[in-house]
Design a protein around this ligand. Structure first.
Ligand code: MOS
Length: 723
């Protein structure tokens, strides 16, 4: 089994991330952040800063760097710092100090005196619920609310009123920060009017386009380089404030600039996960068949409404069969750090609510919660004709139940000494998507091949996937493939996000490989070539005809060519009109709550997933178990604590709780593999995000099984479990 190709470079410190680049004459930028949540900057006194040792440049809204808001096809308009005096959250970038060293820039930044005209700030989602606004349509145009009713039913209220068993509850989920290991940062270098930026992001060609838009220059003059990204999770989709500022300051000062957010600054000067408040009402038959499902979600959003989490309410749109369905989404603009995509952007909070509610229904029905889920298994999203292309969720639950010992679960948990032990389960789903991606495949005369795309590997394993799928498509061994990515000069790979990269790039590789091999055969049989006029075929890295064979390298050398290249592109197409596509999974957790201290520990976890074909088992497991750990984190640890002033009470690693090794049990991951060639030729669906989906609910459900206490918010705290 091939392991991660970039693993040795990373563990030996030889992988060069953005900040690891240094250039002669390089200066250091330090980002200055606001200390109020809402208002106008009245003045910034930079006198002391300007005369501080080593200071080269000081930029504020009163003396800004030249930047425009770029428009990205994927993200819309992106905010850029220093262009106005409005402050809309505590910790917003409002200044940039450049000095000869990092320490000098930081110390000088501390000397800036800012005066504000503060305005009242809304910093709590609960406080804003009364003024919630309708969310805009989703990116695919889906309206923020939808009702599907059975024939003859007048309203969802009627359907619920006619249901023999009804459960209703409200669930809340915390806002989170991605807290990737590599802080948002950049090194920017200009040379003869062209910009090179070294900055971790999720798609080099997208970053180049955003920077070009912000700097008002042609995209062909921007080179974005990011072969290694120290975690992204959606938080590096858009270009970061330090990258915009470093690029603009490097132009203004005509020298290379390095800028990085400090760990504390990452918590506010980037963007995180939306908080949600979700109310779910389910009506069912006594035998557990759903009659009606209502899911109303409210999420936090930035005051400029530039991002609205897309799918917390959408979980109920797709996960279960029901005759009557009503979903809605509203949003509350808050003066807190902005929101953006974060691993399973709506599915993570949405699944906490829906899968907790399903467990509550199972309790009300005295029914096994897995049996209840299977009884309502959806064959297509309700009200939509398009059936799932390939769905084996029932098998995931059956295998999982057997592996996890679910049959031994009692409805009221069991005890082990002073520990109250409970088991919980939940469904996981995440849409299977593809984004447009182009990959280049080049055959070389030395019998190796290059597979190249600008797309990013933010730890997902895409680099290794390029090698494996390239090798399979060219019918040679992976060690003869040189994979290349993370460079905007390569064929445009689009976004590593939405759990799409393997399906998108993989399909593009197959198309490019087919083309380049067709070209190879044409070259091999062309006049004067070794197989002149013969009917050629290709197998095992060799061209065959007339009882002879030559490697592709031998053919290229014989015709005096050093290489042969083709590109392939993949994008969603026809298939979207024929089926619905999703990955599926069954999550299982065992939780132990201490009888006296009320400490909750997750002692076992299992996830069984149906994600089509798995390209590399090791990396797939690693991707999924990382997601499951994030689910554990969301359930028991993680959440931004926002003071009324809008200041984060826990915006650092000392107080923002994350699970450490001692918190994480052995994680069992299993795949059922049914290649989904209705979705794409490779047969692989996404696994990047689904690992985290459902885990928080499975844990909350296990806590209920262990203690009888139903906690309807995450993170779950010790004080929630006091008797
Ligand atoms: Mo992911 S939240 O699509 O990077």
């Amino acid at each position: 089994m091939t392991s991660r190709l970039d693993g040795p470079l990373k563990v030996t410190g030889r992988a060069r991330y953005g900040l690891d680049h240094n250039f002669p004459g390089m200066a250091y930028g330090y980002v200055v952040l606001s200390t109020i949540a809402h208002g106008e900057i009245e003045a910034m006194d930079v006198t002391a800063t300007k005369s501080a040792p080593g200071v080269i440049g000081v930029y504020t809204p009163f003396d800004p760097l030249e930047l425009r808001r770029p428009n990205s096809p994927l993200f819309g308009e992106t905010w850029v710092p220093l262009q106005d005096r409005e402050v809309t959250y505590y910790g917003q970038p409002i200044g940039f100090v450049v000095a000869a060293t990092f320490e000098q820039a930081r110390d000088a930044a501390m000397l800036i005196e800012v005066s504000y005209l503060p305005r009242p700030a809304l910093t709590s989602l609960e406080d804003g619920l009364a003024s919630a606004e309708d969310a805009p349509p989703a990116m695919d145009g889906a309206p923020p609310s939808l009702t599907v009713l059975a024939p003859g039913v007048e309203s969802i209220e009627d359907a619920l009123a006619a249901s023999p068993v009804v459960v209703e509850a409200t669930y809340t989920t915390a806002t989170q920060n991605h807290a990737a290991m590599e802080p948002h940062s950049a090194v920017a270098v200009w040379d003869a009017g062209a910009l090179t930026v070294y900055s971790g992001n999720q798609g080099a060609n997208l970053q180049a386009a955003e920077l070009a838009g912000a700097l008002d220059i042609d995209v062909s003059t921007v080179h974005a380089v990011n072969p290694f990204v120290g975690g992204a999770f959606g938080g590096k989709g858009r270009t970061s404030a330090p990258a915009f500022l470093a690029a603009a300051a490097a132009r203004a000062l005509d020298r290379p600039i390095k800028a990085a957010l400090t760990r504390e600054q990452v918590f506010t000067a980037t963007a995180g996960r939306a908080a949600t408040v979700q109310t779910i009402t389910i009506g069912a038959d006594p035998n557990g068949t759903l009659i009606a499902l209502r899911h109303d979600s409210v999420c936090s959003t930035p005051v400029d409404r530039s991002f609205v989490e897309p799918t917390s309410h959408g979980t109920s749109r797709e996960w279960y069969t029901t005759q009557n369905l009503a979903i809605s989404q509203k949003m509350v603009p808050l003066n807190i750090p902005p929101t953006t995509f974060m691993r399973a952007p709506g599915e993570a909070p949405g699944s906490f609510a829906l899968e907790s509610a399903i467990d509550e229904l199972a309790v009300a029905l005295h029914m096994d919660p897995i049996e209840l889920r299977l009884r309502n298994n959806s064959t297509a999203p309700p009200g939509r004709d398009l059936q799932w292309s390939s769905k084996h969720l029932d098998e995931c639950f059956q295998i999982g139940a057997a592996r996890f010992g679910w049959a031994h679960r009692s409805p009221h948990g069991h005890t082990d000494g002073d520990w109250l032990v409970g088991l919980g389960a939940a469904t996981a789903m995440f849409p299977a998507l593809r984004f447009p991606a182009t990959v280049g495949v080049t055959l070389l005369a030395d019998d190796t091949a290059e597979v190249a795309t600008s797309g990013a590997d933010p730890g997902t394993g895409l680099l290794t996937v390029l090698s494996l799928v390239g090798a399979e498509s060219l019918d040679i061994s992976p060690d003869r493939i040189t994979p290349r990515l993370g460079d905007s000069a390569l064929p445009p790979g689009g976004l590593s996000g939405g759990s799409t990269a393997t399906a998108s790039a993989g399909t593009a590789i197959m198309i490019a490989a087919t083309k380049v091999l067709d070209d190879l055969l044409a070259v091999a049989s062309s006049p004067g070539a070794p197989f002149d006029g013969l009917e050629t075929t290709y197998a095992d890295g060799r061209v065959l005809a007339g009882g002879r064979s030559m490697t592709f390298g031998e053919v290229l050398r014989a015709v005096d060519r050093s290489s042969l290249s083709a590109t392939g592109s993949s994008a969603p197409g026809e298939e979207m009109t024929k089926h619905s596509f999703s990955s599926f999974g069954a999550q299982f957790c065992e939780v132990r709550v201490h009888r006296w201290t009320r400490e909750a520990r997750v002692s076992r976890m299992l996830g069984v997933f149906d994600a089509g074909r798995i390209i590399n088992d090791t990396m797939a497991r690693s991707q999924i178990s990382g997601g499951m750990i994030w689910g554990l984190s969301a359930a028991l640890h993680e959440g931004m604590e926002i003071e009324q002033s809008g200041r984060l009470a826990n915006g650092d690693f000392a107080s923002y709780l994350l699970p450490v090794n001692a918190d994480v049990p052995e994680i069992d991951v299993h795949f059922v593999q049914y290649p989904d060639t209705l979705h794409n030729a490779l047969g692989a669906r996404g696994i990047g995000e689904i690992g985290t989906v459902g885990v928080a609910a499975a844990i909350a459900n296990a806590v209920h099984n262990a203690t009888g206490i139903r906690v309807r918010h995450i993170p779950i705290m010790i004080e929630d479990l006091l008797d």
